[in-house]
Design a protein around this ligand. Structure first.
Ligand SMILES: CC(C)(COP(=O)(O)OP(=O)(O)OC[C@H]1O[C@@H](n2cnc3c(N)ncnc32)[C@H](O)[C@@H]1OP(=O)(O)O)[C@@H](O)C(=O)NCCC(=O)NCCS
Length: 212
């Protein structure tokens, strides 16, 4: 039996310095979403928790806006452009709101360039592990009825259709499918989740997960 490889991706809590990339990924994944999500605010939201999937061997150089120091103003000189900052590459992220024992997935998105590599699945594994850690009963979410790819992913991770919210999405009056898992600590869900994690490791490799 071959030893599973170490994936170049890992999960960790999303941080303030990731917000620009989260905006970018959201804009790419949900171009009609208006207003866009205020991730700075969300990271301070006490019922919310966000996890980022980070690519280990990649870095992005970000040129933050120039800032004039008092000395610059005093000497009337042009400020030096700041050194570009090095940041980790965020390839996807997921957000959860904890409400009344339910972990509600409010967003999941993967960079278009990185789709179909198992990152969406890794984020679902993360959401399930976090919900269990936070002693939540079930995971729930809403998804556009037309978003069959995402529904596929959710069904794989034990979500079932529980209802419809008519004309939930305002951009095109589309209905939302409400989906929910069985009790996370129930024997059925535990067996399914154990199997899914095993299959994931076999197919993709081992991915480190760091939760707070
Ligand atoms: C949905 C999304 C998060 C999936 O991320 P991903 O990293 O590409 O997903 P994975 O590679 O982990 O695929 C996991 C499963 O999702 C399903 N899936 C994902 N993309 C699919 C596609 N293009 N066609 C069919 N099934 C697809 C499959 O069931 C797949 O399992 P499989 O590989 O065993 O067939 C990603 O497509 C995305 O960001 N979409 C835009 C945002 C969005 O729609 N979010 C959901 C809003 S509710």
């Amino acid at each position: 039996v071959a030893t599973p490889t170490q994936l170049p991706y890992y999960l960790r809590p999303m941080r303030m310095e990731d917000v620009d990339q989260a905006d970018e990924i959201e804009h790419e994944a949900f171009p009609t979403l208006y207003p866009p999500t205020n991730y700075r605010k969300e990271l301070r939201n006490r019922i919310a928790e966000y996890i980022a999937c980070v690519q280990r061997d990649a870095e992005v150089w970000v040129q933050k806006g120039t800032k004039r120091s008092w000395t610059d103003l005093f000497r009337r000189r042009r400020p030096e452009p700041p050194e570009p900052a090095r940041e980790e590459l965020i390839v996807g992220f997921l957000g959860v709101w904890y409400m009344g024992g339910e972990a509600h997935i409010v967003t999941i998105a993967v960079r278009e360039s990185h789709r179909r590599k198992g990152i969406g699945e890794l984020l679902m594994i993360g959401a399930t592990e976090m919900a269990l850690l936070r002693e939540q009963q079930v995971l729930t979410l809403e998804v556009r009825v037309s978003n069959v790819n995402a529904q596929h992913l959710y069904r794989k991770y034990g979500f079932k259709d529980v209802g419809v919210r008519r004309r939930y999405y305002q951009d095109n009056d589309e209905d939302a499918l409400i989906m929910s898992t069985d009790k996370l600590t129930g024997a059925d869900h535990q067996a399914l989740f154990a199997r899914l994690k095993e299959q994931y490791t076999e197919r993709h490799g081992i991915a480190e997960r760091v939760y707070l």
